[in-house]
Design a binder for this molecule. Sequence first.
Ligand SMILES: Nc1ncnc2c1ncn2[C@@H]1O[C@H](COP(=O)(O)OP(=O)(O)OP(=O)(O)O)[C@@H](O)[C@H]1O
Ligand code: SF4
Ligand SMILES: [Mg+2]
Length: 526
Amino acid sequence: MAGSGTAHLRNPEDALLRVENLVVEFPVGRTGLKVNAVSNLSIDVMPGETLGLVGESGCGKSTMGKAIMRLVNAQSGSVRFEGTDLMALKGDDLRALRPKLQMIFQDPISSLNPRRRVRDIVREGLDIWKVGDKASRQAKVAEVLETVGIDPSVAGPKRPHEFSGGQCQRISIARAVATDPKLIICDEPVSALDVSVQAQILNLLEDMKSRYGLTMVFIAHDLAVVKNVSDRVAVMYLGKMCEFGNPDELFAHPAHPYTAALLSAIPEPDPEAHVKTRDGVGGEIPSPVAPPSGCRFRTRCPNADEQCANEEPQMREVRPAHFVACHHPIGDVTFLSAPGTESAAAPVPPAPAAWTPPVEETAPVPPAAPEPVAPVAMAAPIIETAITPPPAPPVVESLPEPPAPPAPVVAAAPVPPAPPVIPVPAPAPGAAESPWIASSPVSPDAPEVAPPTPEPSGPPPVVDWTPEAPAPAPVPEAPAPAPAAVAPEPPAAEAPAPPASEIPDVTSLDTLLPDRSKGGSIDPRR
Ligand SMILES: Nc1ncnc2c1ncn2[C@@H]1O[C@H](COP(=O)(O)OP(=O)(O)OP(=O)(O)O)[C@@H](O)[C@H]1O
Ligand code: SF4
Ligand SMILES: [Mg+2]
């Protein structure tokens, strides 16, 4: 990756959004240096399409989204929305387009003004644009809040701090759709949420998309999520584009070593699964202040050679509608176009907005990729991989068969640690006669409870906290044991169980992803 080019872009006439050669740089104090956050990045999105944008932290995903929204200034490039170049707009012309583009920000809580009430937050865009009269704006606020599952009469007067992260994200979504936008940039809308709420928000976004006819740019770390919500996927590394294609193709046949490394880092939900590790890539992400020459991924790529250091790879088609910026793509692919040429498949219409089947299969691994590729530093990688310095770059002349990989080191599948076993103390001698349990084995830190004063006429009272233990034996003729000292607290009145839809028993989002091809939705109770 880490290349440039526009070969993957489709017909500009058809695109709702077309970003070409976008460059965003931030100055580093007064040093004269700059952070190369986004460098010559090009993407396009067709109407009704969801473009998934993935890449590791700091690769420039949010910056690209903000630059599209004109929240940060780009140094060069063009952003065309419905054919209008947003970069050339100023003042009222730019403001007039703003309601059509909305963004859901990465942090659901801090993206809402803590001093304003929810109803005012959601209504703000309508007020600014003076959409309809006051009554119709209030009705719109109530409608969108209800649509995202928030009761407007209860939530409207409250402020954001009175809501959970998932509820705040719903309010953000309501605010984003209130102005009837055409494009929403979702910047990691679920990364701050637990897995069950993620499923609810993803379903909600899908519902919003079909209800309001939205087009979305979906930024995420989680490849499993991206695969299931996207019609096209773009992979970024250090401000540049690596690979572009439809999710099934890209996940089954990654042609870029970085994409393959990302895919190999997808955790397996099955603790018994046997996960292979791969040798090879390691090292640190280079600084965006001084990115490597040529291919920006070359310092971590096992296939890097001199060409990679000297020549920046350009996006080229390797399979129909599948593009990669790499001099030596992996897998069974061949270049279908010369570097720098536009795609033969450019006019391909957007993929139908259909959910891919649920992720029942194991984490996709390139089936025939011979290159040893280890997961790079990704969020929560499960596969343990030794960080090794990049091997000496092999001299590769032209699309050679890569060298046979060393025997893969197969590590035991990661098994979550067993729950701690809390030993139950062996009964002391005489325990049969005096089975007093001084403290609950499951509450070792509980304040010590003084044992009861033994009754002179009989054995001490029997209080057994273990569930299988028999009930305390009655002590004939003896007064009742001091219950205040030893009797367990009666169970606290249980709070009414929340609806199952709110507290699903799930451990992995993969189990929740819907079968879009069947029109299904995520069932958070699974
Ligand atoms: N306002 C800013 N000033 C200076 N540097 C910035 C600014 N915003 C972002 N950067 C830098 O630009 C690079 C890209 O940041 P960005 O937030 O776009 O990454 P990201 O891909 O969204 O990461 P994450 O997945 O962690 O959200 C980073 O190196 C970051 O430090
Ligand atoms: S083979 Fe070369 S061009 Fe391809 S990703 Fe590796 S370093 Fe970059
Ligand atoms: Mg970000």
